[in-house]
Write a protein that binds this ligand. Structure first.
Ligand code: ADP
Ligand code: MG
Length: 679
């Protein structure tokens, strides 16, 4: 047996159990051993029954003195038994468990773990459905695993035990010996044994230290390797900063923060080694103009530039913004999945021979057929929507181009370190002057009529509005408002005489673009839409947004959506509609009515959803962490980061024999990235 062995061959598993393990994502021995306990129960020191306090959870040792008997009740199967530890008595009560009768023979001694209660009539001590183990074998800490139907935590524990003993002595150590010594870490086998079957709490802590360190080290090595390709090399050096020339074309003056970002990036472009910079700024802070300024100077210097956006709508919009801004001066091409073949051939030919200096597009820019003659600057917008690999894949199309990534999603610092590594960060912490904060309200559907009247007032005054729904079509499982039906209702009944449009993700790109065009030009006044408008869409004349079933969206997502309004000089209003009466949902929505600060929203989102969701693989394109917690394991993040830097300094491509296991870990990590759809 080795780590790759099918879980089916572990003692006690077989085909039925195999499918249950599969439900937990466990198909191999390795997956089993890396399925870490979510908690532990202390069975090591059973207390005397007479010390068991009602209301508390504890472990007692007792001999069955009256065997389990079924108690007649009308509704449920109830089984009761009595145990004694020689001084005190405790009644055990089980519901709906007919097997327990066989499991508790009279005269035998067991450990019982559960919550103590007092019988409501006699006051006798009771335990309701306690978990049990044979006495003499079970007195230790026990792991608690997330379980699934037909597969209990106890069964998982037992299977882990079998697997560990079958593998004893045959584990290949995955960290170099010198690192174990330097950081005082347990070996792999000991760490895995201790995390599952610890002798005491201190052992869990030491096992965890080792596993967390390794996980973070692997992750950071992978990130650094991905992006240090080309570091230390030379990049095109910008001779002239033409920002002043560019500013003359802008219809507005930049904010101080935008200026500072441009200056910081300019300094990178002029220094001769590749820029690696993140521009972070809340929705509406004007990141596009920052990118445009850099692109202008770069193209004027004879470089080619590429700008990648996560959706076709956004790519289209950037294309229009840029062509309007640059006019004839900088020929610009748009490359997306729906660019017609013939057109695409022309574009790719022009990019390849260098005659087209600038391409805006989606991930279509990453395809094989898109090649550049002299790619000098790569910009990725809404970078959190892309995987790590996608970002680097675009840069790989140039020798060592400068890269600028832009994001509105503030992330915890430790996570930033991991994702961006040694990326430099510029922050736009100022909104363009004259912006009024979006006033936000949270109401129930009782307010619909009033809200419709309110919207009409805005439309009559020449403004435009969004109505956002979570779903496109009607669905049997849910009572959410579907966008299509709602659109017809609003168009025909409520907003009769107004011009209403519909936009959703299932439409063809061409139709989407046409609908957007109508809205941008003001031909439609009210746009009923799904979240396809979430990122980047910029129509300053739209000043009202109504979000139906608001409880269905995450806070950060609502904030992004709300960022579509409040973009011009007019006051804007966002109305969140929800009938979810529960406190948690309302509390979430209320937060948005109190703040417009994306950072506050993100922090709160992180707090409410927990790091698991917030940092879910989809958010940032990283594999899910199995044991490390980026929010709480701050010290280890820094330690692993420093170690990763040292390793790569000494052995940039992990070719030394002592790094063979790390190189292997990197291969597996990249396979995981690929599995998560990141390349
Ligand atoms: P985001 O940072 O969310 O990408 P955008 O770049 O889309 O924001 O800018 C939002 C809107 O603000 C756009 O309509 C843009 O033209 C406008 N804008 C950007 N910078 C300024 C500025 N300094 N003054 C006035 N309007 C600005
Ligand atoms: Mg943007």
């Amino acid at each position: 047996m080795d780590l790759n062995t099918d879980i089916r061959y572990v003692k006690g598993v077989g085909d039925v159990m195999k499918s249950r393990f599969h439900r937990l994502g466990i198909d191999t021995v390795e997956a089993l051993l890396y399925y870490f306990p979510r908690d532990y129960e202390d069975w090591s020191a059973p207390i005397p029954i007479t010390d068991a306090v009602p209301g508390e959870t504890c472990c007692v040792r007792g001999t069955v003195i009256s065997r389990p008997v079924q108690v007649p009740t009308r509704t449920a199967l109830v089984v009761k038994a009595m145990i004694s530890d020689g001084r005190g008595l405790m009644q055990l009560v089980y519901f709906g468990n007919k097997y327990i009768v066989r499991q508790l023979p009279e005269g035998e001694t067991f450990l019982f773990y559960g919550k103590v209660t007092a019988d409501e009539y006699s006051g006798e001590r009771q335990m309701l459905s306690p978990r049990m183990m044979r006495a003499g074998a079970g007195e230790r800490l026990h792991p608690i695993y997330r379980q699934t139907e037909g597969l209990t935590s106890k069964k998982i524990e037992q299977t882990v035990e079998y697997a560990l003993s079958a593998l004893r002595g045959s584990f290949a150590e995955t960290l170099p010996e010198y690192l174990l010594r330097k950081h005082g870490l347990m070996g792999l086998e000991e760490a895995l044994r201790s995390i599952h079957l610890p002798r005491d709490r201190a052992e869990i802590a030491r096992a965890r230290d080792r596993l967390v360190f390794e996980e973070l080290l692997d992750l950071q090595l992978a990130m650094m390797l991905l992006k240090t390709r080309g570091r230390g090399e030379t990049a095109l050096r910008l001779e002239r900063d033409r920002t002043a020339e560019f500013l003359a074309k802008l219809p507005f003056t930049l904010t101080g923060a935008q200026r500072r970002c441009i200056d910081e990036a300019m300094a990178d472009l002029r220094c001769g080694s590749p820029m690696n910079r993140l521009v972070q700024g809340d929705v509406g802070s004007g990141k596009t103009a920052v990118a445009a300024a850099l692109i202008y100077s770069a193209v004027k210097a004879g470089w080619q530039c590429a700008m990648m956006a996560p959706t076709e709508l956004l790519a289209q919009q950037h294309y229009e913004t840029m062509t309007k801004l640059f006019g004839e001066e900088i020929p610009t091409g748009l490359v997306t999945g729906s660019t017609p073949k013939a057109k695409r051939r022309l574009l790719t030919a022009a990019l390849a021979d260098g005659s087209l200096p600038f391409a805006v597009g989606t991930h279509a820019l990453l395809s094989e057929d898109v090649q550049f003659a002299n790619l000098g600057l790569v910009v990725t917008d809404e970078q959190h929507r892309f995987g790590v690999r996608q970002r680097t894949a675009l840069a790989a199309k140039g020798a060592t181009p400068h890269t600028l990534v832009m994001s509105a999603t503030p992330i915890p610092r430790t996570l930033g370190l991991i994702i961006y590594g040694d990326l430099d960060v510029s922050i736009i912490d100022e909104l363009p002057a004259g912006r009024k904060p979006v006033e936000t309200y949270a109401v129930t559907t009782d307010y619909h009529d009033r809200i419709y009247k309110y919207i009409k007032k805005f439309l009559d005054a020449g403004r435009q509005a969004y109505v956002v729904c979570p779903l496109v079509e009607e669905s049997e499982e849910s009572d959410l408002i579907p966008a299509e039906d709602y659109y017809e209702y609003l168009r025909d009944e409520v907003f009769d005489g107004y011009r209403v449009g519909l936009l959703h993700g299932k439409m063809k790109p061409k139709d989407k673009a046409a609908v957007m065009e109508d809205f941008v030009s003001g031909r439609t006044q009210l746009l009923v839409s799904t979240v396809v408008i979430e990122v980047g869409i910029d129509v300053p004349n739209a000043t009202v947004m109504v979000i139906e079933n608001a409880e269905r969206f995450g806070l950060s997502q609502l904030h992004q959506l709300r960022g579509r309004i409040g973009r011009g000089a007019h006051a804007s209003v966002c109305i969140l509609i929800s009938d979810a009466g529960n406190d948690e949902a309302l509390q979430r929505l209320r937060l948005l009515t109190k703040t417009n600060d994306g950072f506050v929203v993100a922090q709160e989102d992180l707090k409410m959803r927990g790091p698991g969701d917030f940092l879910g693989a989809r958010q940032h394109g990283l594999p899910e962490l199995r044991i490390a917690n980026i929010v709480t394991d701050t010290k280890q993040v820094y330690a692993a980061r420093e170690q990763a830097q040292n390793i790569l300094l000494a052995d940039p491509d992990l070719s030394l024999p002592e790094h063979r296991s790390l190189a292997e870990a990197m291969r597996r990590m990249y396979a995981q990235f690929a599995g998560a759809g990141i390349n």
